[in-house]
Design a protein around this ligand. Structure first.
Ligand code: PLP
Length: 229
């Protein structure tokens, strides 16, 4: 099932790139594996996938030792500051920096480990009250302040658009994120490389690619619906 689903997702990514006149190599697929058992991850790995996304620290720490070491793990979910110490060194990128408190803790723990942690700033593009993320109007000042921290490197922005049956309704949020990143680039802030836009999930990744996504995070379209205990 995973192999067929990946093939279809890949075709849809390619088609969206073609529509937007973009190079397929400029869009990274992160396979979102949360709640899914190891055999499904192994199937995706056998199909050539190397970027896996999880939203819980415990789940990354449990799965990682049981899978090949060349998998790049992405932390995509809300991260509590008391879990930061455990995740440093286990993940190639933290997509979900949503508070200055968290940014400071990541920098502090990364410095202690002797590394610089690549991060994305999560933006609540649709201003949903139930969601984490920096408000769009606060994003520039947030990036300025976080950029001064010594052991994080800000690589771009991330958003999760509202759940919807019609992906077109999320286009404005993706284009808003892209515009925000352009505005930030024009400020030339030290230690900020706004090269990544992590946006688009199973329901809306094609629209996100058309609006400039460089990373799409796709779970259920590859691994099937999630069933929470
Ligand atoms: C679960 C999750 C995804 C993937 O969602 P699907 O709709 O299953 O593709 C993407 N991003 C984040 C932050 C998630 O938590």
């Amino acid at each position: 099932m995973v192999t067929e689903n990946l093939k279809s997702v890949e075709e849809r990514i390619q088609a969206a790139c073609d529509r937007a006149g973009r190079d397929r190599r400029d869009v990274k697929l992160v396979c979102v594996t949360k709640t899914k058992p190891l055999p499904l991850l192994q199937e995706a790995y056998a199909d050539g996938q190397r970027d896996f996304g999880e939203n819980k620290v415990q789940e990354i720490l449990a799965k990682k030792p049981q899978l090949p070491p060349d998998i790049r793990w992405h932390m995509i979910g809300h991260l509590q500051t008391n879990k930061v110490r455990q995740i440093i060194g286990q993940t190639v990128m933290i997509h979900s920096v949503d508070s200055m408190h968290l940014a400071k803790e990541i920098s502090r723990r990364a410095a202690a480990a002797g590394i610089v942690m690549p991060v994305l700033i999560e933006v609540n593009a649709a201003k949903e009250p139930t969601k984490f993320g920096v408000m769009p109007e606060d994003c520039l000042s947030f990036v300025r302040e976080a950029a001064a921290l010594p052991a994080i490197n800000i690589r771009g922005l991330m958003t999760s658009a509202p759940l919807t049956d019609n992906p077109e309704t999320n286009r404005i949020y993706f284009s808003k994120l892209r515009q925000l990143s352009i505005d930030i680039i024009s400020e030339n802030i030290d230690n900020v490389n706004m090269c990544e836009l992590s946006m688009g999930m199973s329901g809306d990744f094609e629209v996100a690619i058309e609006e400039g996504a460089t990373i799409v995070r796709v779970g259920s379209a590859i691994f099937g619906e999630r069933h929470y205990a």
